[in-house]
Design a protein around this ligand. Structure first.
Ligand SMILES: C[S@@+](CC[C@H](N)C(=O)[O-])C[C@H]1O[C@@H](n2cnc3c(N)ncnc32)[C@H](O)[C@@H]1O
Length: 383
């Protein structure tokens, strides 16, 4: 794909949406970790592993530019409350002409003196090694690290590199997963180097068990995503993995964006960022669950409330588990509106409160609710 494109190319609407999403998320990420770092003066490290030229023919800012702008905005906004150290933004790009363009573009942007960009004209894997040598602590200690992995196509970002990034307790990744391209590799047959490529993408041979080679292509793409998410979830401490689909005009899958983190707040903020992006244009975010393609509706909890109930009916479920379910399996950042719907439909047996707390019917504050006991019954509700 990259061979066909010039140094700077025209961005599709969903590409611009992806950059806006990254920008919204990074503003929150830099602000939160800048004012409440894991330790005073901890450095914040942002890595863009497939940085691109920094601009598009029809759009002034690529991902590296929005990152330094988000870092600058966080530092300016929170100057008085800033407790972290400086912000380092490392950009990796394999194509020399694109990197030259990016470096020129970075020179034209004014950013805060505590923001330090650095560039690496090499592959993602080699760039990551060089960054690790230059700034080892975010990779080994609990220092904040966020890595954006946005390749063209299915290869270039081996799972071993992703696992290495996620080894540190406070690191997070946002990956543009070309499930379409990976599904094509599955179909290519063994003489097309399939085994080597898939083992690299999934970091092992678990791909041999799934997806089913005779499934429809669309189903296979979702199975690829499902397997990738399971691989991420298998990493120690990675309790929050969420994917959504960027869908273009013709209702075809463009790609999945997959977020992984060890902290619920990261996923909460990513969902808030998603919600803040205008979806009225030529693309939409969709639920990326296997076999589903629901548009994300932040205003309508009914469908997801039904799923939450089906998963937990007849059980006593601690609030924290419901929060994690909401984060990992629904578009919502918490279970409150889904629980309200379930209670309105008389499907809750009882709500256990924390000592000394009360609540009004229909409210499920994390400060008051300890656990929810769901009825065993069937859903009769409409809407
Ligand atoms: C999808 S574009 C990146 C767009 C950019 N992240 C943005 O949002 O503006 C992918 C970029 O990765 C570069 N690239 C391709 N293979 C690479 C590799 N193995 N390592 C690093 N960069 C690579 C391409 O030249 C291209 O500029």
């Amino acid at each position: 794909m990259s061979k066909k494109l010039p140094t700077i190319w025209k961005a599709e609407p969903h590409t611009i949406a992806k950059i806006e999403l990254l920008s919204a998320y990074l503003k929150a990420w830099f602000s939160i970790l800048g004012t409440k770092p894991p330790r005073r003066n901890a450095e914040l490290l942002y890595v863009d592993g497939f940085a691109g030229p920094g601009e598009y023919t029809n759009h002034p800012t690529g991902s590296p530019i929005v990152a330094v702008e988000a870092a600058t905005s966080a530092l300016n906004t929170h100057e008085a409350r800033w407790r972290a150290g400086d912000i380092h933004c490392a950009f990796v790009e394999l194509d020399a002409a694109r990197m030259e363009n990016l470096e020129r573009k970075l020179k034209s942007v004014s950013f805060h003196p505590r923001v330090h960009p650095s560039t690496y004209t090499t592959s993602f894997v080699n760039g990551l090694d060089a960054i690790k040598t230059a700034r080892p602590s975010p990779f080994s200690r609990a220092e904040p690290l966020f890595v954006f992995i946005d390749p063209f196509g299915a290869t270039g970002a081996p799972f071993t590199a992703v696992a290495d990034i996620l080894r540190s307790r406070t690191s997070e990744v946002l990956i543009n997963l070309d499930a379409d391209g990976i599904a094509r590799i599955f179909r290519a047959g063994d003489d097309a180097n399939r085994g080597v490529l898939l083992t690299e993408i999934f970091g092992g041979t678990s791909w041999r068990e799934s997806p089913s080679f005779d499934a429809d292509f669309d189903v296979q793409c979702r199975q690829v995503l499902d397997l990738y998410k399971r691989r991420l979830r298998s990493l120690p401490g990675i309790g929050y993995v969420f994917a959504f689909e960027m869908r273009g005009k013709l209702d075809s899958i463009n790609y999945f964006l997959v977020f992984a983190s060890g902290h619920p707040l990261g996923l909460e903020k990513m969902k808030e960022a998603m919600k803040s992006i205008d979806q009225g244009g030529a693309y939409a975010f969709c639920d990326a669950d296997v076999g589903q393609s629901l548009l994300f509706r932040f205003d309508d909890p009914a469908e997801f409330a039904r799923r939450l109930f089906e998963r937990h009916k007849g059980k006593r479920v601690p609030y924290e588990e419901l929060r994690d379910y909401a984060l990992n399996d629904t578009p919502f950042a918490n279970p409150k509106r889904m629980l309200k719907w379930i209670e309105e439909n008389d499907l809750i047996e009882s709500v256990e409160l924390l000592p000394g707390k009360t609540r009004c019917r229909g409210t499920f504050s994390e400060d008051a609710v300890n656990a929810v006991v769901f009825r065993q019954g069937a859903i009769h509700a409409q809407g």
